[in-house]
Design a protein around this ligand. Structure first.
Ligand code: TMP
Length: 212
């Protein structure tokens, strides 16, 4: 059996998420992981959450629009969950069913870290809600890209969106929330991103290779 056939079998129907605080580089790392999988003959589908569908992209605009200063934490929570339910139904579920490997930029782990931990709604409450409104709650593997806040803020855009505008205390808590959520879980891995893009990509590939 060739190496490509082996990779294809190992990753068919697997659901992998890359997540982490703003500016952690997960979009670049998702792209590099997807490229590696595709070069190995694995059929892959990748999406961003919130987004990836017409409905989800509209919800994303509402969530990130800096003019929506009145939005409450609970509204935020429900909108992120709504975009996710749509993404699952329209894109992720059909992709997994046809044996594709799905690589996702963020998922429920973000809601736990942002709205649950930093926003004060509680990680347990977020998971409880997710159990009621998502068909699939946890991916096969979630990789948290961990970054020091002083480094990540230097990577943010010059015109911060509504979430980026929440300030240093909030974003420090987001990082703590990811670490708290990942504690003791075998379906989570933490990769520190201080090593640079290529080294981090190598580590991410190492993690997925070990898992599947
Ligand atoms: P992005 O950085 O992946 O483009 O995501 C947009 C923003 O939304 C980012 O600041 C993280 C935030 N977010 C949450 O607060 N809760 C969530 O559940 C998700 C998926 C994202």
């Amino acid at each position: 059996m060739g190496e490509k056939t082996i990779l294809k079998d190992r990753f068919a129907g697997k659901f992998i998420v890359l997540d982490g605080p703003d500016g952690c580089g997960k979009t670049t790392q998702s792209e590099l992981l997807t490229k590696w999988l595709e070069n190995g003959g694995v059929k892959t589908a990748s999406f961003r959450d919130p987004g990836g569908t017409a409905v989800g992209e509209q919800i994303r605009q509402i969530l990130l629009n800096p003019e929506n200063t009145a939005m409450s934490e609970r509204t935020e929570l429900l909108l992120y969950m709504a975009a996710r339910a749509q993404l699952w139904k329209e894109e992720i579920s059909p992709a997994l069913e046809t044996g594709k490997c799905v690589v996702l930029d963020r998922w429920l782990s973000s809601t736990c870290a942002y709205q649950g931990y930093a926003g004060g709604l509680g990680i347990k409450n977020v998971i409880k809600l997710a159990n009621d409104c998502l068909e699939r709650v946890w991916p096969d593997l979630t990789i948290v890209l961990d970054i020091d806040l002083d480094v990540s803020t230097g990577r943010l855009s010059s015109t911060p969106d509504r979430m980026e505008q929440k300030g240093k205390t909030y974003h420090t808590k987001v990082r703590d929330g990811f670490l708290e959520l990942a504690k003791g879980r075998e379906d989570f891995a933490i990769v520190n991103v201080s090593a640079g893009i290529k080294a981090v990509s190598k580590k991410v590939i190492e993690v997925v290779n070990k898992k599947f």
